[in-house]
Design a protein around this ligand. Structure first.
Ligand code: NAP
Length: 246
């Protein structure tokens, strides 16, 4: 199958790109600024499977014109797309009382509006194929985390988007599902998660640890695979048993 993964240059997105390539899929993925890291991801994917088709594209998902341009290029380069993984995400933490318009809008535009643009852009191709798999990367934050109103609202919005996609396109051979990660060691959590929340996680997560990136990547490829053909509009948590944070 042909995968399109947003935010594949680092963290969870990189793991999904590498997992999909390992499993024998062709992968187009995007990065925002990390061109060099994206190049290394391409090399790693090709290293794991010499005949892997893997290409990186610069894209800001918050621009609908850019999404349109890059989607057209990917479709031309790869001849189609079967699986869309909306993974690109940012956080900008603040208490609601102090949150600026920019902090609110910036996070919503990337995490939620960007996912909408990407899904909208690839749906005509999926409809024409009468096949498509959409995987949206949410967060346990969709249920609310103190200091992350913008991030949590964007992730809760993805749940509404997913449920609607499932209903609108379920009869057309297209499924839409969410992966809901708990706590994974990436740049986002290294820079943007408080020490108190990290300590909370390690104390209360029944698994007693944070997740391995491959664990969330394998869940994403599972939702795109044959074993998930009748799973539609669902949220699959990958969190070692802890689904909330203070
Ligand atoms: P990360 O390491 O910070 O990586 C973020 C990725 O998104 C990078 O590839 C980045 O590209 C890309 N990106 C950022 N803004 C973008 C934009 N406007 N347009 C296109 N791409 C953009 O984050 P992560 O931890 O892997 O998170 C990946 C996803 O998992 C996010 O949706 C996040 O909310 C979700 N998540 C993560 C955790 C966790 O524990 N890490 C938990 C729950 C949910 P550049 O490299 O070019 O900057």
């Amino acid at each position: 199958m042909i995968f399109f993964v947003t935010g594949g240059s680092r963290g969870i997105g990189e793991a999904i790109v590498r997992q999909a390539a390992c499993e024998g899929h062709d992968v187009a993925f995007t990065y925002l600024e990390s061109e060099e890291r994206a190049r290394r991801v391409v090399q790693a994917a090709r290293g794991s499977r010499p005949d892997a088709r893997c290409e990186a594209y610069q894209l800001d998902v918050s621009s609908s014109a850019a999404v349109e341009r890059v989607a057209d290029r990917v479709l031309e380069d790869f001849g189609g797309v079967d699986v869309v993984v909306c993974n690109a995400g940012v956080n900008k933490n603040n208490l609601v009382v102090s949150m600026s318009d920019e902090e609110w809008d910036g996070v919503l535009r990337t995490n939620l509006t960007g996912a909408f643009y990407v899904c909208r852009q690839f749906l005509p191709t999926m409809l024409a194929q009468r096949f498509g798999r959409i995987v949206l990367v949410s967060s346990l934050g969709h249920a609310g985390v103190s200091g992350q109103a913008n991030y949590c609202a964007s992730k809760a919005g993805l749940h509404g988007l997913c449920a609607t996609l499932a209903k609108e396109y379920g009869r057309k051979g297209i499924t839409a599902n969410l992966v809901v990660p708990g706590f994974f060691d990436t740049d986002m959590t290294r820079d943007g998660m408080s020490e108190a929340n990290k300590a909370f996680w390690l104390q209360y997560c029944p698994a007693g640890r944070m997740g391995e990136l491959q664990e969330v990547a394998r869940t994403a490829t599972f939702l795109a695979g044959e074993g998930a053909s009748f799973i539609n509009g669902q949220a699959l948590a990958v969190n070692g048993g802890l689904d909330w944070a203070p």
